[in-house]
Ligand binder design. Structure first.
Ligand SMILES: Nc1ncnc2c1ncn2[C@@H]1O[C@H](COP(=O)(O)OP(=O)(O)OP(=O)(O)O)[C@@H](O)[C@H]1O
Ligand SMILES: [Mg+2]
Length: 222
């Protein structure tokens, strides 16, 4: 990201959330972004996930300037290369757990139902495949959302508070899986988190404050 700005109109007031923000995320890196509530972490993640467009500045993914791509290309880039764990999970209520997890495979025309089952087992939601999202606990939804973000083996994994709904022990298992699944060469990971435990799987951490990223202090802000 180069000189990225994103603001929102709130009534007739413009709220500047990101301003003149630069970010490099090389392939193979796991980056933690921390910062207080409202600092713009989710806004940044949605921009990185091609879910949103900056007011100005440039965002390149794998060399392509994404704001110059037409919507069909943006959609394809999202579906193929990106796995996003939303802060509020964003599961599809009309689809079963199995179909939620398998959605990225379906979108990419990949037939491999074994992958859904294996990943669900690894995230301890293997017994819940026939259920629907409203029949799940918050932590179960979160693990289904993580499975969906990894199932198509994306090159860019974006995770917004991926352990926010999990106890410490479950979080440790999920983070180990996230680390393992992204240890393959070339996968870049951006984790937004308030948790030291989640930042612990990352090899770099940055703090988002006043619209920009800065090197985070060794002991992170809780
Ligand atoms: N659609 C919107 N319209 C207006 N303001 C918005 C919108 N989305 C976010 N904001 C504002 O932008 C700021 C940044 O929001 P964002 O969700 O990116 O914060 P965050 O760092 O993810 O916070 P949290 O840690 O609470 O999840 C907040 O002040 C928020 O109120
Ligand atoms: Mg947020």
């Amino acid at each position: 990201m180069r000189r990225v700005a994103r603001s929102y109109l709130s009534g007739n007031r413009r709220v500047r959330v990101l301003e003149d923000l630069d970010l490099d995320l090389p392939a193979g890196q796991r980056l933690a972004i921390m910062g207080r509530s409202g600092s713009g972490k989710t806004t940044l993640l949605h921009l990185a996930g091609v879910m949103d467009t900056p007011d100005s500045g440039e965002i390149r993914i794998a060399g392509r300037a994404v704001q110059d791509l037409g919507e069909p290309f943006r959609t394809r880039l999202r579906a193929r290369e990106i796995g996003l764990v939303f802060q509020d999970f964003n599961l599809m209520d009309s689809l079963s757990v199995a179909d939620n997890i398998g959605l990225p495979l379906w979108l990419n025309g990949i037939r491999d139902s074994g992958r859904v089952g294996r990943l669900a087992e690894q995230l301890a939601v293997g017994d819940l495949l026939a259920r629907y999202p409203w029949q799940l606990s918050g932590g179960e939804k979160q693990r289904v959302a993580i499975a969906r973000a990894l199932v198509h083996r994306p090159r860019l994994v974006l995770a917004d508070e991926p352990t926010g709904a999990l106890d410490e022990e479950t979080a440790a298992d999920v983070l180990a899986l996230l680390a393992q699944a992204t240890d393959e060469a070339g996968v870049a990971v951006l984790v937004v988190t308030h948790s030291e435990q989640a930042a612990g799987i990352c090899n770099r951490r940055l703090l988002l404050a006043t619209g920009r990223l800065q090197e985070a202090p060794a002991v992170a802000v809780k």
